[in-house]
Design a protein around this ligand. Sequence first.
Ligand SMILES: Nc1nc2c(c(=O)[nH]1)N[C@H]1C(S)=C(S)[C@@H](COP(=O)(O)O)O[C@H]1N2
Ligand SMILES: [Mo]
Length: 457
Amino acid sequence: MNLDTNGPGRLAKAPENFLDPAAIRQVMAGRRDFLRRAFVAAGAAGATAAVATRVQAASAAALGDGDPAVLELPAHTRGLGQPVVTDGYGKPSQYEANVQRRQSPGLTQTAQSSVSFAPLQSMFGIVTPSGLHFERHHQGWWDVDPSKHRLMVNGSDPALLRKPQVFTMDELMRLPSVSRFHFIECGANTGMEWGNVAVPTCQYSHGMLSCSEFTGVPLRAVLDMCGVDLRKARFVLAEGADGSSMTRTIPMEMVENGEVLLAYGQNGEMLRPENGYPLRLVVPGVQGVSWVKYLRRIEVGDKPYGTKDEVLHYIDLMPDGRHRQYTSIQECKSVITTPSGGQVLLDKGFYSISGLAWSGRGAVKRVDVSVDGGRNWRSARLESPVMSKCLTRFNLDWVWDGRPALVQSRAMDDTGYVQPSYRQLRAVRGSRSIYHNNAIQTWLVQESGEVKNVQLS
Ligand SMILES: Nc1nc2c(c(=O)[nH]1)N[C@H]1C(S)=C(S)[C@@H](COP(=O)(O)O)O[C@H]1N2
Ligand SMILES: [Mo]
């Protein structure tokens, strides 16, 4: 590609949001005038009103070959806009239509027991819009009638819980609530990359990750209402109402400190059906599978339950052939979302490297960024707010000189834990696991500006 030689300061953002593949090919082929011409063509097509044509003609005469996006009065400046409540529930702009959660072709046999990935490369800040939240269903999703939904709280033994109770949604929602920002990451996120590079974009490599403000009642408060004996009841079983019979053991320490929520709210409104409406468990820092959706039962017990989804699934295959169970905390991890796989840098010059970091053990303390495959590192800016068990946005200024670059981020949390390289992770875990891959991600920015997923050995 013949790079435009405009100096640093010119930002040519990765084009996926406003160029289609054909347009990218044109730019890559050296058609540097392509963008301007495309805008001219679009402007001419829109300039139908006589007034606009006159303004355009006058301006063009005065200024020569000016930018029609500046010179022509667009329809939205001349006419009357849409009325209020055209949409009782607003939708994104039509121009953002390719920002979608997506399914990986061929990954699963059915679309009910499957996963969709959030478009991390298109998001700002730390909050995932609810309609773009990744989805993981073991047996399809449901829009459950909240008036018929119940939560049963019982004990495996009457001595552990004196007053078992059944709650309606109304009864839960009148209790004192809290709202907290947390990430949720499927334990299988980045799981396809254990052996080798497998997927092209960060949507597919890291998109089983989302972050919301959740609102609900601390499970601790409800267990206290039900007369729990915390000396004996050291474990909780959470059970979902869908056909997957999703059941997971949660250690009572996580519940006792008030962090685990019976959540009905997500980003200021009720949970979306895909995310467990009307009630889901929020287990901060823990892999997604424990965040049981359509939550219908909580049982307290005195030992781990050993359910199928913790004894057979969601276990870590070690190099010696044994499996590790109950490794549920999502360790510190990060990913650069710009520049990232599938994007194209159209120009040398200034870029804001941007990404996300998180830790299931607390807050992100530091993120270092390398553009030379890990030889040199610079600390990125952590953008506020920086919260515990929540996504943290980081940014770093970068001037791309047009030569190949290996772009990486390495996060550290407030326990001092540092995100490992693939070499370090595989030395302990091997390369045949599915779950809990938190290795440093590398994006190769090629001379052409195209960005590729690579792994450094
Ligand atoms: N009832 C129920 N809860 C469930 C699941 C499920 O299939 N059924 N999937 C689990 C898994 S594996 C994950 S990663 C998260 C995904 O939550 P999300 O679909 O809201 O992103 O929900 C968990 N809770
Ligand atoms: Mo998951």
